[in-house]
Design a protein. Structure first.
Lengths: 153, 128
């Protein structure tokens, strides 16, 4: 048993640098900084989620989802930096790979729906004339008007 | 002063700046009035904020393979987020969810008009 007890400390110094940096990042200043950054990211995520819930159109929600993915990626990067582990970096890689597919699909779907003519506010597609398309967008955008007026003050 | 301490402080500053950019994007997403204006706010954490956070994480992790992974993440983020922004902006323009009086320059209208003059069938196909 004594041999195994001596072997486990001998196996430990394989990563002295990792332990040292982790100890350095446990300094109170770095912990406070990491907590502040986490708070900033949390507030940003809450605001983006508010837009995601309130967003008047599907495109607003697509943009909000993109920003939410970016905020989550920043949070994962912060966590892996604080813990000193590379365990979550493949998650970052996958998110940066596939994070854009959602909004691309939504944008494509909106464009196709405008092409089919089933959307009430899609008029610039049918006429092909954006200036003639803007007057009908005024009644169509009527229910969306509270959004800008709520945001401007 | 050790260079690891310098790297720690620089990484903390970078990550703090990235978090501030994310918060700015959140405020902009709530307050800005339009899809295109919200996209303007949305690009801040997608490109620069995330790059700053990844740079800070690389400065704290300080191992070669982690740095290469973070570099790949930054590269793919810079490659993919303009594609999504392009398609969302084009869909927003085509579905009329923008204030045309706010546009300083509208180059897509002239292009759409030219495409409509050439052939009306070709115009919606090139939505992509």
């Amino acid at each position: 048993m004594a041999v195994t007890v001596r072997q486990t400390p001998a196996a430990l110094p394989a990563e002295p640098a990792r332990v040292l940096t982790a100890a350095a990042h446990d300094a109170p200043a770095f912990e406070i900084t990491a907590a502040v950054i986490a708070g900033l990211l949390l507030a940003a995520g809450l605001l983006v989620t508010l837009r995601l819930v309130r967003g008047p159109s599907t495109l607003d929600r697509a943009v909000a989802l993109d920003v939410l993915v970016a905020v989550v990626m920043a949070g994962i990067g912060l966590q892996s930096a604080v813990r000193g582990t590379a365990f979550y970096l493949p998650v970052l890689l996958v998110l940066s790979f596939l994070g854009f597919t959602g909004s691309v699909g939504v944008a494509r779907f909106m464009a196709l729906r405008g092409e089919a003519g089933t959307e009430d506010v899609d008029e610039s597609e049918g006429t092909g004339e954006p200036p003639s398309g803007s007057p009908p967008s005024a009644p169509g955008g009527g229910p969306e008007e509270p959004g800008p007026h709520r945001g401007t003050p | 002063m050790n260079w690891t301490a310098v790297a720690d402080v620089a990484g903390a500053v970078c990550m703090l700046a990235g978090g501030l950019l994310c918060l700015l994007a959140g405020i902009g997403m709530v307050r800005l009035p339009d899809v295109l204006a919200r996209m303007h706010a949305a690009t801040k954490p997608q490109s620069f904020g995330l790059l700053l956070v990844l740079l800070g994480a690389g400065l704290w992790l300080r191992s070669l393979i982690d740095l290469c992974t973070l570099l790949l993440v930054a590269l793919f983020q810079l490659l993919t987020s303009p594609v999504a922004a392009h398609m969302v902006g084009r869909a927003a323009y085509r579905t009329g969810r923008l204030d045309r009086e706010d546009l300083v320059r509208d180059e897509l209208a002239a292009a759409l008009r030219a495409a409509a003059d050439q052939g009306p069938e070709e115009n919606p196909r090139s939505t992509g």
